[in-house]
Design a binder for this molecule. Structure first.
Ligand SMILES: CC(C)(COP(=O)(O)OP(=O)(O)OC[C@H]1O[C@@H](n2cnc3c(N)ncnc32)[C@H](O)[C@@H]1OP(=O)(O)O)[C@@H](O)C(=O)NCCC(=O)NCCS
Length: 175
């Protein structure tokens, strides 16, 4: 299995290629670039296999309207196509979630493929009374995971991702 480590400046170009190849477009690599070095950045991890970068995951912060809570947003997440289906995406997600827990983040939200994220313990965010700020997102595609028991009990409403996501979103909901 690859090692999971923090992303460094020297990794940026390879990380861009991982996202470009995995998503087959520039939206996600550009989103990663636009989120780096902002005050919303929480965590950027890579999976390194034989000195090459097999995958990358980013965590940024999100807020909930009417609440002071600060959540983590998971994504974008990408694994190089020739390295997929070997558990690397799951490893990156789980390691990132563990670090978020250590950082005291109460919960993580994600917009993505439920069949992948349910494996990591996510549930539809509407179960917690949380909803995305974008129109037309299928209920099951917007998910949440409590890292502290009942952390989401007293906070319900619209989740605001970093504004950079808004630019990436309108044409596509598949981040
Ligand atoms: C999604 C992604 C990160 C998963 O990485 P991975 O290393 O292949 O994931 P793992 O090996 O840990 O887990 C694979 C399992 O997750 C599930 N899964 C992964 N991608 C899926 C998808 N698009 N739809 C449904 N289930 C999916 C399947 O159950 C799969 O099991 P399988 O390998 O037996 O088919 C990777 O496929 C990828 O980069 N995809 C393109 C970019 C993308 O869509 N990223 C956002 C995810 S919402």
């Amino acid at each position: 299995m690859p090692i999971i480590r923090k992303e460094y400046y020297e990794d940026y170009e390879a990380v861009r290629e991982v996202h470009r190849k995995a998503f087959g477009r520039d939206i996600e690599p550009n989103l990663v670039i636009s989120l780096r070095n902002t005050d919303r950045m929480l965590l950027s991890l890579i999976a390194e296999n034989s000195r090459s970068i097999a995958g990358h995951i980013l965590f940024t912060t999100a807020t909930v309207d009417g609440s002071n809570i600060r959540l983590a947003t998971l994504g974008p997440l990408a694994v190089r196509p020739d390295q997929q289906h070997h558990g690397i995406g799951t490893l990156l997600a789980r390691e990132g979630i563990n670090i978020c827990r250590e950082l005291g983040i109460p919960a993580v939200v994600v917009l993505g493929e439920p069949r992948f994220y349910y494996r990591c313990g996510f549930k539809s965010a509407s179960n917690f009374g949380l909803f995305p700020s974008w129109q037309g997102i299928p209920d099951e595609a917007f998910m949440a995971l409590e890292l502290v028991p009942d952390a989401l009990k007293s906070c319900q409403g619209i989740v605001r991702f970093a504004p950079q996501f808004d630019l990436a979103m309108p044409a596509d909901q598949g981040l």
